[in-house]
Every structure is written in C-alpha cells, then in structure tokens.
Design a protein around this ligand. Sequence first.
Ligand code: ZN
Length: 292
Amino acid sequence: MKQTFLPALAAAALLAFPALASDPPTAPDAQVPAGEVVVTETPDADGATTGDATEATEAAEAAEAAEAADATDAAEAITAEEPWRACPEGVSPIDLPAKDSVATTSQRPYLIKYGYAVFGGHQSVTVLNTGNDLVVDFGKSDLVLNLNDRRYQLVSAHFHTPSEHLIGGQRFAGEIHFVHKEKNGDGMAVVAVMVKEGTAHSTLGKLFSNPPDAGKKRTVRVSLGKLFPFSKSGYLYEGSSTTEPCVDGVTWLVLPEPLTMSRQQLEVFEKRFGPNASAPVPSEGRNILFVE
Ligand SMILES: [Zn+2]
C-alpha cells in the first residue's frame, strides 16, 4: 500500500473538479447533476442474443477461462458466513469504517464519465458465463473514469455475493465491481457498488440473473446510469484486486448507497456462482478517504 496515497489524494481533491460538489439534496428521480453518470433509462429492449456464428470460438475462450478459474478456486469450502480469501496476500477487500471515522472531503477527485457524448442512453455489453463466474465485457467502449488526474477505461464488471467490502461491519447481499484499466499506464481502479435485497432491478437482472449457458455469451443492452446509485459519494483507498491475478496498486472507490435486487434475482446468481466473496482484511492503519 502506498503510504503517500492520502496526501496525494487530498491535494488532488483540492485541485480537481472544483465544480463537482456533493450531490444536491434532491430526490433520487431528480435530474442527475452535470458531470455525473448522465445516461437516463428508457425502457430497455430486452437483450438480443448474439448469433451462433462466433459461438464456437467464444465457447473455446470461455472453456479456457473456466479452466484457469478452476485451477485457482476449486475445492475451497466457501460459505456466505465464512468467505474464503482468493488472494491470501491481498489488502482488499476491507471492512470500511463508518464515514465519521475516516478523513472526509467535499471535493471529488473523480468523475465517472460514462455517457452522454458516447451512447445516447444505452450500451451494448457482452455477458459471458465462464462456468465459474459471469463477466460483463464492455468491449472497446469509451467509458472513462477520471481519478486523481488519471484516466481509466471501464473494461469489465462482475458480481460478488455476498459483498466483499463491509461498511461499518455490515455485509451487503451483493457487490458489483466495475474494473477499469488506466489508459496511459498500468494502474487499475475498481468502482464497487453495493446491492441489498429489495425491489427487483431490471438492468442488474439482465446482467447477473439471466446467465447464458456455461461457456456461452450473450449481448444485452443496458443503461449504464442504472448501474450506479444516485449518490456518487464514496470511500477511496489503495488496495489490491480481490481475485486473480491478485495485483497491488488498485485504487478502490466504494459507493455505499446500495442498489437493490430481489431475493429471486439474487438467488439465481447465488445458486450458479455464489458465494464468491473474498474475506475482508483489517482496515486499521489504512489511508481511507470518504468523499462526500
Ligand atoms: Zn471482484
């Protein structure tokens, strides 16, 4: 972990995006502030499936991916109560303290810049069932997270159940990881969105509760704006990836305002792929910043 992270972050917070204050106290359905995720949801056309032409190659790729995954996490007794650690030396996930226990800032050093000039509302993504996991592939999209004056491209997303990060000791029903790779470097940034049990979520359902058969993939159209909570306030810290390849140097942005999925939607994923959450490591002594 980089000990210089917090000072650097605070400095960046003062300099970057001065116009991006915290979310206005408006209702969740109100207009999204400029500069946030700006895509608005319109009724989604239900996921058109891909043709069969490329499925042989895709199946081969998936089988390879499944094999690689098998080698790393097979034979582990995993339960929701006692998650395993996929990366024994990793420093993520963590149990994040309540926000009044960590440093806070109202200046955002990040900007989730998915959207408007790019999609006009919807984005085609590919959902791949590797046999062990569901991976959402954003392809060569131009979905960019600006963070501490660096640009990261959204490449993929996946789902964990239960959540990997805890907040104030609370574990959530699920956690989505949006994996970003630095455009002009080798850094990684992951935006984590919490999910609690509640109302069914049509977009999350398309991605994580309607899996293609093992080794197959499916193309669906989603509104990215629906995949993030209204509030973009969150925790920033330097950690590691929680699954293979278990690398350090991952900047985490954990958004605590949860989305909801129905019990039925969660069960579809859990029965096929869960529980698949890595156990948290202690957060004492870590540089954690809460961005209002
Ligand atoms: Zn993950």
